[in-house]
Ligand binder design. Structure first.
Ligand SMILES: Nc1ncnc2c1ncn2[C@@H]1O[C@H](COP(=O)(O)OP(=O)(O)OP(=O)(O)O)[C@@H](O)[C@H]1O
Ligand SMILES: [Mg+2]
Length: 277
């Protein structure tokens, strides 16, 4: 499923010649990548190759050393592409109205589930708790949790699978056009992974209220996710895009960098554990 229900000319993200180094150690070395609106794209690659660093550039949390990141501005008519490095914090916040991130290890804050779900609508959309509550209710239902049971539950009492669902619900409350997932199934048991795959697929297919196709960018080592959801697979290696194409081709590749990574994926996928309470 490449560019499902998307017009290829409607671009959501254009990365061109992205460079990033930390303490003189280069991580991204001229990475270029174009994502069309409505696409589901999986970013894969060995641990430490720069997937999360790339994500942080896409969301404007890191500034490139060189190169550009353009993103669709859904607040403006026609969703024109804007260069992230030219935006003020206010402009970036406006663009973020239509984004949501499901973080690696969830990044839920201390406090109740409602506290977590209300965070972004309160801060980014300036909504009141009364306005947020029905949205939070709906988002919890959408991720298969009973709002009456979990809304006031403390973060620390959630199981790994529940915490992941809450993290996805927190994204859904934003009604995002663009949704980023950083290792959404890492460390979960196979049954829970299956449920999260389904949820990611359903979320991708559902239209945000803005009426345009939703774009999903998923960082993952989960081969089963790739098999089931069939996203476009983009593999990073040595700071650049090393492979870009369908999963079947990726999994069957004899390329000396792809093969060892594919064999390692299951281990990488299982390695992560949610933070212990
Ligand atoms: N804020 C930072 N300061 C210094 N170095 C960083 C920072 N963020 C990331 N790095 C380094 O950049 C490299 C890429 O890190 P990144 O987190 O993007 O890896 P990843 O591909 O997401 O790996 P994983 O699959 O383990 O999550 C690593 O060597 C990491 O130590
Ligand atoms: Mg990472």
């Amino acid at each position: 499923m490449t560019a499902s229900n998307g017009n290829m000319r409607d671009l959501e993200i254009v990365v061109d010649g992205l460079h990033k180094a930390f303490d003189e150690r280069p991580v991204l070395k001229g990475l270029s990548l174009t994502i069309a609106r409505g696409e589901m794209v999986a970013i894969v690659g060995g641990s430490g190759c720069g997937k999360t660093v790339l994500l942080k550039h896409l969301t404007g949390h890191f500034r490139p050393d060189a190169g550009t990141v353009l993103v669709a501005d859904h607040v403006s008519t026609g969703s024109p592409l804007r260069d992230l490095s030219t935006l003020t914090e206010e402009e970036l916040d406006r663009i973020r109205l239509h984004w949501a991130v499901v973080f690696q290890r969830n990044a839920l804050l201390t406090g109740t589930v409602f506290h977590n779900l209300a965070l972004w609508p309160r801060e980014i959309k300036r909504m009141s708790d009364d306005e947020i509550r029905p949205l939070a209710h709906r988002a919890l239902e959408d991720v298969g949790l009973n709002p009456d049971e979990v809304m006031e539950q403390d973060r620390d009492s959630l199981s790994g699978g529940m915490a992941k669902r809450v993290a996805i619900a927190r994204a859904l409350v934003m009604d995002p056009v663009l949704i980023f997932y950083d290792e959404p199934t890492a460390g979960l048991d196979p049954e829970m992974c299956g449920q999260i795959h389904e949820l990611i697929g359903q979320t991708h297919a559902a239209r945000p209220s803005l009426g345009v196709a939703r774009t999903s960018v998923i960082i993952t080592h989960d081969t089963e996710l790739l098999r089931r959801l069939g996203p476009r697979v983009v593999m990073l290696h040595d700071g650049k895009v090393h492979f870009d194409g369908p999963f079947e081709e990726f999994a069957a590749s004899e390329d000396p960098h792809i093969r060892p990574y594919v064999e390692q994926m299951a281990t990488l996928h299982r390695r992560e554990r949610p933070p212990s309470p």
